[in-house]
Design a protein around this ligand. Structure first.
Ligand SMILES: [Zn+2]
Ligand SMILES: [Zn+2]
Length: 137
């Protein structure tokens, strides 16, 4: 969605949209959007500036870097964006702001949980699913 600066009154207003996961094109091998992204936006003017508060809601599918399990978890992100108003007809490309913010926030590694036990180096078994026999030698 593109928002025109002139459509944001000084008193503030809300916008919302849903962006398809495929059009955002942010997926990588261990991190994927599992559904479309719902976007809530609050826009307002502060002096010569236009300000947006943007909240994203979706689901992400991640591959744990320790145990290699694939899991789906809720995905939420919020951020603020501001720019000086140069022209009332200026357009703000919200989809592109959202895309860049998602990319900035993708972790280098994902974990299924902070306590993930990972994979046994001996047998390759997932230690979250119980002790393997290797430990008992
Ligand atoms: Zn894990
Ligand atoms: Zn083992």
């Amino acid at each position: 969605m593109k928002i025109k600066v002139k459509d944001i009154p000084a008193s503030g207003t809300e916008f919302s949209e849903s962006i398809s996961a495929s059009s955002l094109d942010v997926d990588r091998d261990y991190w994927m959007l599992a559904r479309d992204v719902d976007v809530d936006i609050y826009g307002e003017r502060i002096a010569d500036y236009v300000s947006l508060k943007i909240r994203l809601f979706s689901k992400k599918k991640i591959v744990c870097c320790r145990c290699l399990e694939e899991i789906e978890v809720p995905y939420e992100l919020s951020f603020d964006w501001q720019d000086k108003v140069r022209d009332e007809l200026q357009e703000i490309d919200v989809d592109e702001l959202v895309r860049q913010e998602i990319l900035l926030n993708i972790a280098v590694r994902e974990l299924c949980s902070d306590t993930c036990q990972g994979i046994c180096p001996e047998c390759g078994g997932n230690r979250n699913k119980g002790e393997c026999n290797c430990a008992k030698d």
